[in-house]
Design a protein around this ligand. Structure first.
Ligand code: FPP
Length: 242
């Protein structure tokens, strides 16, 4: 059982919320601190917001922690982000007291052995958990995910398991998101930029987009509540006429 008490949530709660946690560098700069201090603070915000999302009854949450493009940052920033992930993964979810299921997306081949081990442990320790599913995107790129899935389905066809015509949106989508995680309902980006930055390209097709100038480190439960309230006011037609 989760220790978190469910709270009254806005009228219609999105099933899957995805978040681009932007603005850590600027948060640190404003305080005369190194960018890495911003990421450390950002990790604390992440821990807080996971619990807040759970308390509002959100079932799936996906967070952009490190993109395939982030490797081009300075070596110092990349290694400190990797270390932050390694040092904090175990504490992100308290496996004993929380019912949260942890999973990861993104290529693991460039990650350290230690980090991959911690990711595998996190998945293993939370495998039976039936509460909110938290997905962390590490070394993740939306196009990369689509290309990998194309390779997988091409392999199925080459092996004679499916015919090329069997590759429908449904089959492709199923191959793309293992574990049955549904499409994103609400995509939040903090830090003022108005773009998707290669995040969940397939899964965000019909997501409601919500942008805020608030920097990730400052993002509070109240800010989350405002995003959820905005979502509940939107009319989602999925391409249908009114
Ligand atoms: C973007 O802000 C943020 C990132 C590239 C990293 C996000 C990572 C975390 C919040 C830490 C995750 C930690 C754990 C333990 C899972 P930016 O650096 O681009 O900020 P800027 O736009 O102000 O420069």
């Amino acid at each position: 059982m989760p220790f978190i008490k469910k709270e009254a949530a806005p009228a219609s709660v999105p099933e899957h919320v995805a978040i681009i946690m932007d603005g850590n560098g600027r948060w640190a700069k404003k305080r005369g601190l190194p960018r890495t201090a911003g990421h450390r603070e950002g990790a604390k915000t992440l821990r807080r917001i996971i619990r807040d999302l759970d308390s509002f009854g959100v079932k799936y949450a996906t967070f952009y922690c490190f993109s395939t493009e982030n490797w081009s940052r300075s070596e110092e920033e990349v290694s400190s982000l990797m270390k932050l992930l390694e040092d904090n993964l175990d504490d992100l979810v308290n496996y004993k007291d929380e019912n949260i299921r942890l999973r990861f997306i993104g290529g693991r081949e460039r990650l350290s052995e230690n980090l991959v081990k911690k990711m595998e442990n996190g998945e293993k320790n939370s495998v039976g958990h039936t509460g909110m599913t938290v997905t962390l995107a590490i070394n993740y790129g939306g196009r990369d995910e689509i290309v990998r899935t194309a390779q997988k389905t091409a392999r199925l066809a080459l092996d004679g398991k499916i015919a090329p015509e069997d590759i429908t949106e449904e089959l492709f989508g199923r191959e793309l998101r293992a574990d049955g995680v549904p499409d994103v309902d609400l995509m939040i980006r903090t830090g003022g930029e108005l773009r998707l930055s290669n995040f969940l390209i397939w899964e965000n097709s019909y997501a409601e987009l919500y942008f805020t100038d608030t920097l990730w480190c400052d993002f509070s439960k109240k800010d989350l509540e405002a995003a959820l309230a905005e979502f509940s006011r939107r009319s989602r037609r999925f391409g249908d006429a009114k």
